[in-house]
Design a protein. Structure first.
Length: 292
């Protein structure tokens, strides 16, 4: 299996290291590994809760595992994005080479900063140029009630409001990464937004005129942790001091799923960081994101 999936690692076999795609039999080991840090690994833990298996998905995503003998040392989701799971930076190069061998194109790498930057260093050697590197993204959590009052207007989105929510999500995406999520077609992104609404993971305030004032999503949800993404205030309504109340409401609504609410934010986004601190979020780690 090793020689077929990762021939580039054959010279290291004498050290007992191997890389392979995980299967259903590896689910318990992966869950135990990811549970060592339920906040940093909420993405993969949410996947395991929803599917119940570490096996490759019908859409072609898989999880690479690095093994020493039979012991799983670290892992990495390889789908539209690469997401490391308790992967030591010293092992990241092996996974990057395995991911490169698949021939897939990845939109991003995100996760703990040291490992993400190690993955990208090897990816860069293999000819993958980044569109943008965000090397310092504070990872924040809040495990109790917010310390500012919540805006009661924020609620869970419904499919009846899909045609309003989708443009707001697309506007946030373009503002955040610099290009439209509809490049190459609208279907995939639209399905993603619709799925979040149906799962009850879309949070939105739509005023009486049908304008989306504020929205956010719970991008990953487990019984222990939620991860907030896509925080967006309508540009015409910014600067009025409302963001703290909306984020407090996000925390309150997310606590119906799990006791801990998490998110990560660009270090240069000083206004957002100040808002999160005012609400009661505290830094517990540092993420990084590499956009391709």
């Amino acid at each position: 299996m090793l020689s077929r999936v990762a021939p580039w690692l054959a010279s290291r076999n004498e050290n007992g290291l191997g890389v392979r795609v995980l299967g259903s039999a590896d689910t318990l080991a992966l869950r135990a590994l990811a549970s060592e840090d339920a906040v940093a690994n909420v993405f993969i833990l949410a996947h395991l809760e929803s599917t119940g298996s570490a096996a490759p998905t019908s859409g072609g995503a898989c999880i690479f595992g690095v093994f020493e003998g039979q012991t799983l040392l670290g892992a990495c989701w390889a789908g539209a994005n690469l997401v490391p799971v308790q992967l030591d930076p010293g092992l990241a190069g092996y996974v990057a080479a395995a991911a490169h061998e698949t021939g897939r194109r990845y939109a991003s790498i995100f996760g703990p900063a040291d490992t993400v930057m190690a993955l990208y260093a090897r990816f860069e050697q293999l000819g993958h140029a980044a569109h943008e590197v965000r090397s310092q993204q504070p990872l924040l959590t809040i495990s109790g009630p917010p310390i500012v009052g919540a805006n009661p207007s924020l609620t869970f989105g419904s499919m009846g409001d899909f045609d309003r929510i989708l443009p707001a999500c697309a506007a946030m995406f373009e503002e955040e990464v610099g290009y439209s999520p509809f490049l190459g077609g609208q279907e995939f992104y639209s399905r993603r937004v619709a799925g979040l609404i149906r799962e009850g993971h879309s949070l939105v305030h739509i005023d009486a005129n049908g304008t989306v004032v504020f929205k956010a999503e719970l991008g990953a949800v487990t019984r222990d942790v939620t991860q907030v993404q896509g925080v967006w205030m309508n540009p015409e309504l910014r600067g009025r001091g409302q963001s703290g109340g909306y984020m407090a409401a996000v925390v309150n609504l997310s606590r119906s799923f799990a006791p801990v609410t998490s998110l990560y934010v660009n270090d240069y986004n000083t206004k957002a960081r100040a808002t999160y601190e005012r609400v009661g979020f505290e830094q517990v780690g540092t993420f990084a994101t590499v956009l391709f």
